[in-house]
Ligand binder design. Structure first.
Ligand SMILES: [Zn+2]
Length: 241
């Protein structure tokens, strides 16, 4: 029987044991979004697939659609990304945790693929501050894609143009003015401006003040916890030295 082969570029974002001699890989792909594929025989020494799937980077994969699972038939690492230290490792884990837990299965999203393949190589080997800036951007843009954009510009209740203090109300996914209500998670002027910049999808060169970036990093963590109703274990592991 000739089974139809599917081809896509992918990044391996997770794996777990699967029956005897098999692993179940979680892939974020160019053509199919988040998918799971079974790879048989990869635990054998000298398995050709294993080498290409165990490295971080862009992999070209082929798979067939079985009855219950997609089965990997080919994998070739085309663009490796190098992990240099523990901070790199944590950075990658944060991104993979977000994709694994937040993205819907099997929905192609070219924007998320581009974001992922831009953010990963830029963060690896960079300073902690740069990593946090990229993570702030990644998380804010991912929440946008998923319909939870952090709204800026106008009061979420009355529509009046916002000015300091910038009081964020989690249940509104936006800021409210002083006339509407007092309180909420207050962001400084610099952190608020950085948030607006990172929300834009056409961002080129990232520059940010350290304090504003750090402040926003703590805010984004709270926002992610709120929106997805779960604690993101890896987020706080990236600590400034
Ligand atoms: Zn208002």
């Amino acid at each position: 029987m000739n089974e139809k082969q599917f081809k896509t570029r992918a990044i391996v974002i997770g794996k777990r044991n699967w029956r005897a001699e098999a692993l179940l890989f979680s892939l974020y792909t160019d053509s199919y979004g988040l998918i799971e594929v079974v790879a048989e025989g990869v635990l054998k020494i000298q398995s050709k697939l294993a080498g290409h799937l165990s490295s971080l980077g862009i992999v070209e994969v082929d798979f067939v659609q079985g009855k219950a699972f997609k089965k990997l038939t080919h994998a070739y690492l085309v663009e490796p990304y190098e992990i240099k230290d523990e901070a790199d490792y944590t950075f990658v884990n944060i991104i993979f945790e977000l994709l694994n837990k937040a993205m819907p299965a099997e929905e192609k999203n070219e924007f998320v693929w581009r974001l992922l393949t831009r953010v990963l190589p830029r963060g690896l080997g960079s300073a902690i501050e740069q990593k946090k800036l990229l993570l702030n951007m990644f998380a804010l843009q991912l929440t946008q894609v998923l319909g939870y954009e952090v709204k800026t510009g106008n009061c979420a209740r009355c529509g009046k143009e916002l000015s300091a203090p910038y009081q964020f109300k989690f249940e509104e996914h936006g800021f409210v003015c002083l006339s509407c209500e007092k309180g909420g998670h207050v962001l400084s002027q610099n952190a608020y401006e950085l948030l607006i910049a990172l929300n834009k999808k056409d961002l080129q060169d990232l520059q940010a003040r350290k304090e504003a970036n750090e402040e926003l990093y703590r805010f984004v963590e709270r926002y992610l916890n709120y929106v997805f109703e779960r604690k993101w274990g890896s987020w706080e592991m990236l600590n400034s030295e």
